[in-house]
Ligand binder design. Structure first.
Ligand code: SAH
Length: 328
């Protein structure tokens, strides 16, 4: 289906059938958006941490490998990733994990056929799955970077669920006032990961942008060509995300037998894992890259960049060690 067609059909459907919830709108738009393109990188719509620098994936890999070794290096543990994008994070992490002796299978959870193709090229031999529940019954070394922010949220105004309605040729929100958000889709994803960890062991690193404590506010946003856009303009043509509520996530896994650590800011976490030292060694082996490497450290760690808004939460089976850098 062409891009224009998707937006037209959505508008037609809303006109014929009436308003749809923000949750249904976000789910439909993002399904179309991710299925029809690779949105990452400088000529795409947005750039994620692993696309900024190999250091990000390497430090995630070092963190997971360290947990695995301290857990006794179980040979049947697998690397798992949710929403792996171009497969860059997996490739960088697995290189470091391989050096640490990890040789387990690789399992990627991805729904976009376009991105699945890229992941298969980048991480040959990986098994692809549509759902978290399809991961194998083995201890997981799991990471999800900027996965949850793309899953749909619900919005509530004075107790009523906020909807998107047709207003002539345009779409508009119905419901003005203080907005509260929640996300059954994210809660279900976190609970599925936690249930798997509780049964089979392992650790999960959830990395995303959002707030440590639940608070009211409309955080739905659209990004296109690296700029903020109107979330109701050009449905299915721009990335729709919303802040991840880490307090709600911790609540969603509280019924499973797991231990939760964090969240901590991405900047502090990467520094505790040794990003400065990694940067110095990259510069030493390639002095011409000094500026790029230093700029990448700044983008990943500076408070006004990704260092504070992006956060890391760890979930683990209680018999597994706490990942480095997550203790307060
Ligand atoms: N983790 C990558 C990509 C982030 S973009 C990175 O850091 O670069 C979001 C990713 O989640 C994409 O790979 C997208 O296709 C995937 N995704 C979005 N919704 C999904 C869903 N419901 N199930 C599985 N994957 C999904």
């Amino acid at each position: 289906m062409s891009a224009a067609k998707f937006g037209e059909l959505l508008l037609e459907r809303i006109r014929a059938e009436g308003p749809i919830t923000v949750e249904a709108y976000m789910a439909a738009c993002n399904a179309h958006y991710y299925a029809t393109r690779d949105p990452l990188g400088s000529d795409g719509d947005f750039t994620t941490a692993p696309e900024i620098s190999q250091m990000f994936g390497e430090l995630v890999g070092a963190c997971l490998a360290d947990c695995w070794r301290r857990a006794g290096a179980p040979p049947h543990a697998v690397y798992a990733e949710l929403g792996p994008g171009r497969g860059t994070l997996a490739a960088d992490a697995l290189r470091v994990m391989g050096k640490a002796g990890f040789g387990g299978d690789v399992h990627l959870v991805e729904t976009s056929s376009t991105l699945r193709r890229r992941q298969a090229e980048r991480v040959p031999g990986a098994s692809l799955h549509a759902r978290i529940e399809d991961l194998p019954p083995a201890p997981l070394l799991l990471v999800a970077n900027e996965f949850l922010d793309a899953l749909p949220i619900r919005q509530w105004v004075a107790g009523d669920e906020r909807v998107v309605a047709a207003d002539g040729e345009r779409l508009g929100f119905v419901g003005e006032g203080e907005v509260r958000e929640d996300s059954p889709a994210r809660d279900a994803a976190a609970a599925a990961v936690a249930n798997h960890l509780a049964r089979h062991g392992g650790v999960a690193l959830i990395i995303d942008y959002g707030h440590a404590r639940s608070a009211p506010g409309d955080t739905l946003q659209a990004v296109r060509s690296h700029r903020f856009a109107d979330p109701l303009a050009e449905p299915g043509e721009q990335d729709l995300t919303a802040h991840v509520d880490f307090e709600a996530l911790a609540g969603a896994v509280s019924g499973s037998r797991v231990a939760v650590s964090g969240p901590v800011g991405q900047g502090d976490w990467l520094k505790r894992l040794g990003i400065e030292q990694r940067a110095q060694s990259l510069i030493a082996s390639n002095p011409g890259k000094r500026h790029d490497v230093e700029e990448a450290v700044r983008r990943l760690c500076a408070e006004e960049q990704m260092g504070k808004l992006f956060k890391v939460l760890a979930i683990r089976q209680p018999s597994w060690p706490e990942p480095i850098g997550l203790a307060p």
